[in-house]
Design a protein around this ligand. Structure first.
Ligand SMILES: *Cc1c(COP(=O)(O)O)cnc(C)c1O
Length: 219
């Protein structure tokens, strides 16, 4: 099926209030344009350099989301244009985003990445770190970043119960975070394999790649 057909099917299954990040990492700009032509405006990438190359070539009304792990020394390359950074996992990184955003008189929206999976390799904060960060005085002093929600990735497993448990836990933390900070409104969870469960569990933003663009080729 074509990218346009895939998008149509996925969008028709998304409830109101759930936004779709089309994850276009490794895909050529022609594929992104095909999605763009259907009205898709939010694209997610996991490498800053690749995202910047695409930003330079594509229409300027696209919202670019950084969904990968962010290295502090590369924040400067996306500070001019990025709309949402999903993978923030330290105050140190928020400080750097704040510094780079101030050079463009921007305020950059960020999500705190929460570690909910069993795998050791997935980045993120634990529950108490999220709550401590949201309540820290230093965060309030960073006037060029806005923490607007949480992001998490479930364990890669066939067990739906396991995935539900992890997303359910993240939703609870999200509600708690929203009750202490009124800016918190985005819950980014759900990928091609588990977005329906994520939506059931209260996701407000799904990040879908392979179900739209097909399997990725890594050379
Ligand atoms: C690649 C990626 C996705 C999309 O994965 P698919 O399984 O292709 O939908 C979502 N979120 C993150 C953080 C990713 O790196």
């Amino acid at each position: 099926m074509s990218i346009a057909e895939n998008l149509k099917i996925i969008k028709s299954a998304l409830p109101e209030g759930v936004s779709l990040v089309a994850v276009s990492k490794t895909k050529p700009v022609a594929d992104l344009m095909e999605a763009y032509e259907t009205g898709q405006r939010i694209f997610g990438e996991n490498k800053i350099q690749e995202m910047t190359e695409k930003w330079e070539q594509l229409p300027k009304d696209i919202e670019w989301h950084m969904i990968g792990h962010v290295q502090r020394n590369k924040v400067k390359y996306m500070a001019e244009y990025v709309s949402l950074i999903h993978g923030v996992d330290s105050l140190k990184l928020l400080r750097e985003i704040n510094k780079q955003a101030s050079k463009y008189q921007r305020s950059i929206s960020c999500l705190l990445q929460v570690h909910i999976a069993e795998e050791e390799t997935k980045f993120g904060l634990d529950e108490s770190e999220v709550l401590a960060l949201l309540q820290s005085n230093e965060l309030r002093e960073l006037t060029h970043v806005k923490v607007v929600g949480l992001m998490g990735m479930a364990t890669f497993t066939d067990s739906e119960a396991q995935i539900r448990k992890e997303f359910g836990g993240l939703k609870e933390l999200f509600d708690q975070a929203a009750s202490i900070d009124s800016e918190i409104r985005i819950l980014s969870m759900g990928m091609s394999g588990d977005y329906k469960i994520a939506i059931d569990c209260g996701s407000t933003m799904v990040r879908i790649g392979s179900s739209i663009f097909g399997a990725r080729n890594y050379h």
